[in-house]
Structure formats: structure tokens, C-alpha cells
Design a protein around this ligand. Structure first.
Ligand SMILES: *Cc1c(COP(=O)(O)O)cnc(C)c1O
Length: 385
């Protein structure tokens, strides 16, 4: 057995990141300033996006994105139930109603047919999530949106580097929000960005900076002026130069990170595919997943052990895992406010009951991967039905 615990998703911070953060701390500007501008420009180049704003989280991006789209009280927004709570919480923040929709059995992404059935005269927007980094069926969702005059904003927290029919997620003109949280494919510790049409992104930037029509850097820079006006009551969501210092180098390393993630995914698939009692994650032919998560589902009919016990047994063998996610319609707030039953999103509820996420990050060695597979083989062989 391993001598040390294998953490589920540690950050991969290098010397370049550390040096850039120190450079920022030694400079005269530690909050939104030149490094944030440089990171935004670098992200824009990377995505091929019309515009990008750096923010202090993806949640902030989703919030100001909805505000920029004018979504508010009386509106309904379609949200997949299989997601992190933030995707639905932001809809509550703007006073609209998140309508929780079931997911496809293979990808656990928003099911376009279930979304079509959930549309009412109040529906204003669709907020799909690229779950685990696998792009959602954007063609089907945009066709649906066009038919009903809806906005589409993507929760792309998992999806930096993911491609749909060859195009990078984040390269389109609709809004897409990315996360640079500590566990995501690249990190600024906390942080995020919003990509999309320049006018929408500028409106979102103003919502994220007190509703000021100029940002602090422009005000205090020699070329700027002290004058600003508040045009709406905004929020305080700006990215700092300390965060951007990390991001500049994380983005440089993204390609190498993704190469390693794919190697790990291939190694897991080759070995775990032989165990009949597991359902492995898929990659549809028209997409390239960013492989943020490696989500397994147990086949309960073939096992005498449940998901919770498998997680405990893995922990006893020094392997860290996690579960993504308890579906939003099963959280007490949403269950009680809207009266959801687990069976309202049956695919999400069923997947939740038998899923677990294995470690997947660029720091994994071949030995680590073999340890994870060996531990799972051990546990599952001993508990076959
Ligand atoms: C991480 C995550 C978020 C929130 O990202 P933050 O940067 O932590 O705000 C939103 N949606 C999904 C699906 C996530 O996984």
C-alpha cells in the first residue's frame, strides 16, 4: 500500500508563478492593474474570444453575466441539475428562477430534449455546464435558443481547452464563464473570467466593479484621471494582479497540463475498462474534453458494496476521491423552495448515487495512477456480486 496519502486535486504551481507573484508584491500595484490587463489579453489570444474580463471567481462571472444579459425577476433560466451549486445560486441572486433540468446518461450534460420540455413563456436563458470538461451539445442548445428567442451563457468552469466541433469553448460571442479556482485545470487560487461579445463583456465588467465607468487603474495611472461616475449599483468582483501573476504562467503551462491529463485518462481507461462493474467516462466523437474530472459510475447490480463504502475503502488505501455532485434539485434550499423530488431529474439522481471522481491532475505519476487502479481492483474484486 502507498505510504503517503494521494490528494484528490492539488494545484500545480511552479517557480515561474512564485517569481511572478513576488515581482507583483515588490511592485507598486498589487490589485487590478498591468498584470490583470496582460492576463486578460493573453486569455483573449488563447481563446480567440471577442473580449475577456478577469474576475475574482467564475461565480462572479456567471452573476454579472446574467446581469449584463438583463435576466431578472419574473425570468426563468434552464440549469442542469448535475452541477456545482453556484450555477443555480447566481440565478437566485438576480431574482430569477432556476429551472433544474435533467442530463444525458452518457455525458451528464444538460439534455437538449429535457431542456426543450422545460421551456415556458417566462424562459429567458439557458445556462449549460460543460460537465467534467466534456462540451455540452452546443448546436442543439443554440438551435433551441434560436427557436425560442433565448440567451445562452455557458458555465465553462471545467472547460478551459475543451473543443466542440474543433472550436475552443470560450471562442464564441455568447458569454462563457471560466474558473481559476484552486482545483480547476489552471488556477489563480481564486479567480475567473468571462468571455464573449465586447459590449456584453464591458457591461459585465462595469457590474463587477461597483458600477463605475472607469476602473481604478485607469484612474490612478498617469494617463488617467481621478474622475469616475457610478452608472449602476455594481459588485466588487475584480481580479487582482497577484491572481493574474499566477494565471499568466498557468496559461503557459496549460498545454502540458492537458497532455498529462490525457495520458492519465488513457491509463485509467486501459486498466479500469477491464473491470466490468464500472461505467467509465466517455468522450463523444465531435468533442475534445478538457478532462477536468474523471467520474466513474459503479454498476450496483454487479457489486455488493456501495459508493460510500468504496470511497472509504479507497481512503483506507491512501487514495483521495470526491463526488461531483449532489444534484442541485436535491439540495434542501432548492428542494424546499420549488418542491423538487429526486425523480424529477432521474438521470442526475441515479448517477449521483453511484458516482465517484478519481484523482486527475498533471502532478500524477505513473506510480500514482497504478496505485489508484490497484486499490480499486482490490476493492471491487473482493466485493463482486
Ligand atoms: C468551480 C465551479 C464554479 C465556481 O467557480 P468559482 O471560480 O469557484 O466561483 C461554477 N460552476 C462549476 C460547474 C464549477 O465547478
Amino acid at each position: 500500500m502507498r505510504e503517503t496519502f494521494l490528494p484528490f486535486s492539488p494545484p500545480a504551481i511552479g517557480d515561474e508563478e512564485r517569481a511572478e507573484v513576488m515581482d507583483t508584491l515588490r511592485s507598486d500595484w498589487i490589485t487590478t492593474g498591468p498584470k490583470t490587463k496582460a492576463f486578460e489579453a493573453k486569455l483573449r489570444d488563447y481563446f480567440g474570444a471577442p473580449a475577456v474580463v478577469g474576475l475574482n471567481s467564475c461565480t462572479a462571472g456567471l452573476h454579472v453575466g446574467l446581469l449584463a444579459l438583463g435576466v431578472g425577476p419574473g425570468d426563468e433560466v434552464l440549469v442542469p441539475s448535475m452541477t456545482f451549486c453556484a450555477t443555480a445560486n447566481v440565478v437566485e441572486h438576480v431574482g430569477a428562477k432556476p429551472v433544474l433540468v435533467d442530463v444525458c446518461p452518457d455525458t451528464l450534460n444538460l439534455d437538449p430534449e429535457a431542456a426543450a420540455r422545460a421551456i415556458t413563456p417566462r424562459t429567458r436563458a439557458i445556462l449549460p455546464v460543460h460537465y467534467a470538461g466534456h462540451p455540452v451539445d452546443l448546436d442543439a442548445l443554440f438551435a433551441l435558443a434560436e427557436r425560442h428567442g433565448l440567451q445562452v451563457m455557458e458555465d465553462a468552469a471545467h472547460a478551459i481547452s475543451a473543443r466542440y466541433r474543433g472550436a475552443l469553448v470560450g471562442s464564441r460571442s455568447n458569454l462563457a464563464a471560466f474558473s481559476f479556482y484552486a482545483t480547476k485545470n489552471i488556477t489563480t487560487s481564486e479567480g475567473g473570467c468571462l468571455t464573449g461579445d465586447p459590449e456584453l463583456v464591458e457591461r459585465a465588467r462595469v457590474f463587477g466593479h461597483h458600477g463605475m465607468n472607469r476602473d481604478a487603474w485607469k484612474r490612478f495611472d498617469r494617463s488617467g484621471s481621478w474622475y469616475y461616475e457610478v452608472v449602476l449599483p455594481g459588485f466588487k468582483y475584480n481580479m487582482t494582479d497577484i491572481q493574474a501573476a499566477l494565471g499568466l504562467h498557468q496559461l503557459d503551462r496549460l498545454e502540458a497540463f492537458q497532455r498529462r491529463r490525457r495520458e492519465v485518462v488513457a491509463a485509467y481507461g486501459a486498466r479500469l475498462g477491464r473491470l466490468g462493474c464500472l461505467e467509465l467516462p466517455v468522450e463523444r466523437p465531435e468533442v475534445e474534453s478538457s478532462w477536468h474530472l474523471y467520474v466513474l459510475r459503479l454498476r450496483p447490480d454487479q457489486l455488493r458494496i456501495d459508493r460510500g463504502a468504496v470511497i472509504e475503502e479507497l481512503k483506507a488505501r491512501q487514495i483521495g476521491t470526491s463526488v461531483h455532485y449532489l444534484p442541485v434539485h436535491m439540495h434542501p434550499y432548492y428542494r424546499e423552495k420549488y418542491g423538487y423530488q429526486p425523480g424529477d431529474c432521474p438521470v442526475a439522481a441515479d448517477a449521483f448515487g453511484r458516482m465517484l471522481s478519481l484523482p486527475l491532475h498533471p502532478g500524477l505519476t505513473d506510480r500514482d495512477v497504478a496505485d489508484v487502479c490497484g486499490a480499486l481492483e482490490d476493492i471491487l474484486h473482493a466485493n463482486r456480486a
